[in-house]
Design a protein around this ligand. Structure first.
Ligand SMILES: [Fe+2]
Ligand SMILES: [Fe+2]
Length: 301
């Protein structure tokens, strides 16, 4: 039986709670205005219900979530996202990284990361720290944090030199492993995917680290549309897959969508297959697409 991973992103869990009095003079007030003007009609509770039905039916072994669980990182949103994570499955079956909307105002990322520590702490335990490593069902999953507090309308991300050096050490420690390696990050690492003001600032440095090691897949979000790219590492092709928002109707960007990945081990070789699972508005269901074997899995580590 293959090991299966569902990759979701940008859930922006509705609805937004009312602002606290102190928030009326912060960026959160502008965020709430933007939510009601543009996004409230896009991110729907009934799509999250359909998503849950789809996940129940396909029963992935693990779920990877690449950020933007909230819209303004309001404490009420963080608590709502925590309850949603708890409802998805066991703690060990979920790996989460934060997005820019989970770092909406200074100090918010720290509060969100504390609340979501059960899904963001590495297998070794200890202090919650990025990058973390989750070893699940023959797959190594590495989580990075790229969310930083910013002034509107900027939504850029940054990993930072400390995290990048820790990533290099982590990947070096996995050298020689024949397990597939999957990296989770909110912002896309490839060139040209995000427009100016929305991009990962240190994407070149990240690509340089990833390219030196046997990384198979990078999963990201942020763009609210399905995106596909490849990076050329010294060890072969790295597939880069961006998921749409998992709660979107599709009037502003793409309809809701997630990736279903199958890791099938045969001897020392693992085949990785992908299916897009897309939200269909007419039937209010998520529909799995054709199965496709990814090229990264055909190259030995
Ligand atoms: Fe988002
Ligand atoms: Fe984002």
């Amino acid at each position: 039986m293959p090991y299966t991973i569902a990759h979701l992103s940008d859930v922006h869990i509705p609805p937004l709670p009312p602002l606290s009095p102190g928030d009326w003079f912060s960026k959160r007030a502008l965020g709430l205005f933007s939510w009601h003007r543009k996004w409230k009609a896009e991110h729907r509770v009934h799509i999250l219900v359909a998503l849950q039905r789809s996940l129940d039916a396909l029963a992935p072994d693990h779920i990877c979530i690449t950020g933007d669980l909230t819209f303004t990182t309001h404490p009420g949103e963080v608590a709502q996202a925590t309850r949603w994570l708890q409802s998805l499955g066991s703690t060990e079956s979920i790996s989460l990284v934060p997005g820019n909307h989970d770092a909406y105002v200074p100090g918010a990322l720290e509060q969100a990361c504390e609340a979501w520590a059960p899904w963001m702490t590495g297998d070794g335990g200890g202090q919650q720290q990025f990058p973390y490593l989750h070893r699940r069902g023959g797959v190594d999953i590495i989580g990075l944090s790229s969310g930083i507090p910013l002034r509107l309308p900027m939504t850029v991300g940054r990993i930072g030199s400390v995290q990048l050096e820790a990533l290099r050490s982590l990947l070096a420690g996995l050298e020689g492993s024949d397990r597939p390696c999957v990296v989770l990050i909110h912002h896309p690492p490839q060139e040209g995917a995000a427009r100016h003001g929305k991009e990962l600032l240190d994407r070149e440095a990240l690509r340089s680290v990833l390219g030196d090691y046997a990384v198979d897949l990078v999963l990201h979000g942020h763009l609210h549309r399905p995106v596909r790219a490849t990076l050329q590492g010294q060890r072969g092709t790295i597939e880069v897959l961006g998921a749409s928002s998992a709660s979107a109707l599709g009037d502003r960007y793409a309809p809701a969508h997630y990736h279903l990945l199958e890791f099938d081990r045969d001897g020392g070789q693992t085949t990785i297959a992908l299916r897009h699972v897309r939200y269909d508005r007419a039937s209010d269901t998520f529909v799995p697409g054709e199965r496709e074997v990814l090229t990264c899995a055909t190259e030995p580590h």
